[in-house]
Design a protein around this ligand. Structure first.
Ligand SMILES: [Zn+2]
Length: 752
């Protein structure tokens, strides 16, 4: 029976994936039960499944048409209900808003602190009349980054309405259903936790008890991510089983009959599911919990696979876009693995052998999802999991529960538990800091192609399949060796990759170029972009400040399989060129930092140079005449002069490079007089590609310079609708006619 359900589940997945974009990965992770079915030649089941294929494909086609149909632009004044719990971060509030004909994402930014009290009053289900302008979410212009447009699309949202903060006054409290009361209850408890506990532990309590990770420190969260234990911060099956067991036994203790206790337990876990934020892994755990209770209630004998597969089908039928949720993918793939290997797990005598086996198999099966989404894997994760699973599950979680309950009932005593949890969390954070120092703590893998993902899944499936066959130990070993061969080839692929790349990364208003030489001979970055943060008051500050370094450059570097930067080049010290370098230097190994040979450095540049020195990066001051060569690739610095003093843009590093069969000119923000002196000093500045100076401002790219360089392509790096009016029409006119030119407006990045 369960195998049949598994197959139905897979056909549903195929259909959903087939009618939306391909998403091979998710389709493949359910290959395990599918293959068992085929290998057992259950032809009747296959016929059933083909029928269900027809039904599900029709359902999906229908859903697909509804979701992808363009929705009309909302008017200036919209009326409707707040559909999700409002999220307040710094001076920003955001929530989903339900109009008559569609859902929109509403955002507002408080200008005055008094606006914040208006924000805090709003809860789910309020009926509001909001004034603001609608816009469509921007499409991603860089690869490997979080795709907000897609994220909204999966929630069936096509418009973002930016409203005036005051208009949130024009609301009436709606009549909440029980479910909405529970959802808004979550908002109250998380705020209660925030107000009651110190900042070291409020994030952990909210994450572990109410599934709200937004209060965690981004630094700690990224460490959990790197060593592969971030899943422990999510509410999962173990929470729900703990809750249902405790509730059930307490009810039985109070003399309530088995049947009534089971029904009450069902109600309690469903309520908790809403209180815990109803994320994909929570929903899965709740459905399974409820199904297990029902099975016990009806006294049916079923293995645990059936509830797992049923919950998968149920979730995807109600909301097919769950399939794109990474939490959904991880939580199902690990649960499938544990259930399929239960026999093996139980065959081990000692608890640590059991734990080691479970930890390695779950890591193995979820590895492709990890590599596709995060491009890094820590070889220590299996062992760190062995320490952290019991630490979080048996020590931190119960203490957090106690902490929360005691603070409600006996507030005078809560400091005991609070102190204990704070101490343990601090120790754990120190331990993770130490782990970060380990050699090879994170291995970076280049973004795998569809074929590589397919290979991973086939080989991983083979490992699991032959592991069960007692007589096929040779085949098991072969699949294990193939796995190691595959993962090593994947890891070392950049070293044998004959294709180089030059990427002009879209960092908005600013410059950032990545040069990746073939065979991993060199990874250079010229400037990192940087968004100027205006001085904000404390109440306005977001939990996580956007940085071109962490939010754009680092994910791209990882996706490109780059694990260290050979040369980071600062053309000059303006923030739009080196702002994001702070995070890059902090989080990424940089061998050489190349800066202009200037007598004085501005504050921003000096801060970054100091950090680089602290991190052990080699600092190289360069001026005209400096050059280096890697095989056939030539890099020549044309400007500035040695010991330069003066205006920043004029002192930009200008570089001519011969890479592949093209000559490239990188100009930083050099101005017209700088260009003049370059033309007068160098006879041959002809280049195929010109990175246009100073974002297409009319103070650069003079006629004489364009004639001398005679580029076939010109790249202008500017922000969409920037306030400087870049690029200027004169500059485009100078470049046009004879030459092609590219421009990243609204925003653009490309590979030539
Ligand atoms: Zn600039």
């Amino acid at each position: 029976m369960s195998i049949y359900l598994a197959y139905v589940c897979i056909v549903q997945l195929i259909t959903i994936v087939f009618f939306r974009e391909y998403h091979l990965l998710v389709l493949l992770f359910l290959m395990i039960p599918f293959s068992i079915l085929l290998l057992n030649r259950k032809w009747i089941h296959i016929t059933y499944c083909l029928v269900s294929l027809l039904v599900t494909s029709l359902v999906c086609l229908y859903q697909n048409q509804i979701i992808n149909a363009p929705k009309p632009k909302p008017a200036h004044l919209i009326q409707g209900e707040i559909h999700t719990t409002p999220i307040i971060d710094g001076n920003k509030i955001s929530f989903t808003f339900k109009l008559k004909e569609q859902k929109v994402m509403v955002v507002a930014y408080a200008n005055k602190q008094s606006d914040m009290s208006i924000f805090q009053r709003r809860t789910i289900d309020d009926f509001c009349r909001l004034k603001g302008e609608a816009s469509q979410p921007e499409a991603n212009t860089n690869p490997y980054l979080f795709n907000y447009q897609e994220y909204l699309m999966y929630q069936d949202i096509q418009w973002i309405q930016t409203i005036e903060p005051k208009s949130l006054n024009d609301c009436v409290q709606g009549k909440m259903s029980i479910i909405q009361k529970l959802i808004s209850g979550r908002q109250h408890v998380t705020r209660y936790v925030e107000s009651k506990f110190n900042e070291n532990i409020e994030g952990v309590i909210n994450a572990l008890l109410f599934g709200d990770r937004t209060k965690m420190s981004p630094h700690v969260e990224s460490q959990y991510q790197i060593v592969g234990i971030v899943h422990l911060l999510a509410i999962s099956g173990s929470h729900i089983s703990l809750l249902s067991l405790v509730t059930y036994f307490i009810l039985i203790r109070f003399g309530i009959t088995k049947e009534s206790s089971l029904i009450l337990t069902i109600l309690i876990i469903i309520s908790y599911g809403f209180l815990a934020g109803a994320s994909a892994s929570v929903v899965r755990a709740v459905i399974i919990g409820v199904l297990v209770c029902i099975i016990r209630l009806l006294k049916i004998k079923l293995n645990l696979m059936t509830p797992l597969i049923l919950s998968c089908i149920l979730m995807l039928t109600v909301n097919p876009s769950y399939i794109y949720d990474i939490g959904f993918q991880f939580s199902f793939v690990t649960s499938f693995t544990i259930l399929l290997t239960t026999k093996r797990i139980l065959s081990y005598q000692s608890w640590y052998a059991k734990a080691l086996f479970t930890s390695s198999t779950t890591q193995l099966s979820s590895l492709p999802i990890l590599l596709v989404n995060f491009h890094e894997f820590s070889p220590y994760s299996i062992f760190i999991n062995l320490i952290y699973i019991p630490f979080i599950t048996f020590i931190i979680l119960p203490l957090c529960i106690l902490c929360f309950i005691v603070s409600c009932i006996l507030p005078g005593l809560s400091w005991i538990f609070e102190g204990l949890v704070t101490f343990l969390i601090e120790c754990s954070n120190k331990f993770l800091d130490l782990c970060m120092q380990l050699p090879f703590v994170k291995l970076v893998f280049i973004h795998p192609s569809k074929t590589i993902v397919l290979l991973y899944f086939i080989i991983i499936f083979a490992i699991f399949y032959f592991m069960e066959e007692k007589n096929d130990q040779i085949k098991f070993k072969i699949s294990l060796y193939s796995f190691f061969f595959l993962i090593c080839s994947h890891y070392f692929f950049p070293n044998v990759n004959p294709v180089g790349k030059i990427v002009f990364i879209d960092v908005g208003q600013g410059d950032c170029t990545l040069i990746k030489l073939p065979y991993n001979k060199g990874n250079y970055i010229i400037d990192t972009g940087g968004i100027v943060q205006f001085n904000q008051e404390k109440w306005m500050k977001r939990k996580k400040v956007f940085s071109t370094g962490t939010d754009i450059l680092l994910p791209i570097l990882k996706g490109e399989g780059i694990s260290n930067i050979d040369k980071l080049i600062f053309t000059h010290g303006d923030y739009d060129h080196i702002g994001g370098a702070y995070e890059v230097l902090q989080l990424f190994p940089v061998e050489n930092l190349i800066i202009g040979d200037k007598l004085n450095f501005g504050k921003v540049e000096q801060e970054r140079i100091d950090l680089a020195i602290k991190k052990g990066t080699n600092i190289q001051k360069v001026s005209e005449g400096f050059s280096w060569k890697v095989e056939d690739f030539n890099f020549q610095v044309l400007s500035p002069i040695k010991g330069y003093v003066g205006e920043e843009n004029h002192g930009s590093i200008v570089m001519k490079a011969k890479i592949g069969d093209k000559v490239w000119m990188f100009t930083g923000d050099v101005d017209e007089s700088g260009e003049k002196s370059i033309i007068s000093k160098y006879e041959n500045v002809r280049s195929d590609v010109l990175k246009v100076g100073h974002h297409g401002s009319d103070t650069s790219t003079s006629d004489a310079f364009v004639r001398a360089v005679a580029p076939k392509f010109a790249i202008i790096s500017v922000g969409a609708n920037n306030r400087y009016g870049h690029p200027k029409k004169e500059v485009i006119d100078r470049l046009q006619g004879t030459y092609h030119y590219f421009e990243n407006r609204p925003s653009w990045s490309n590979i030539l």
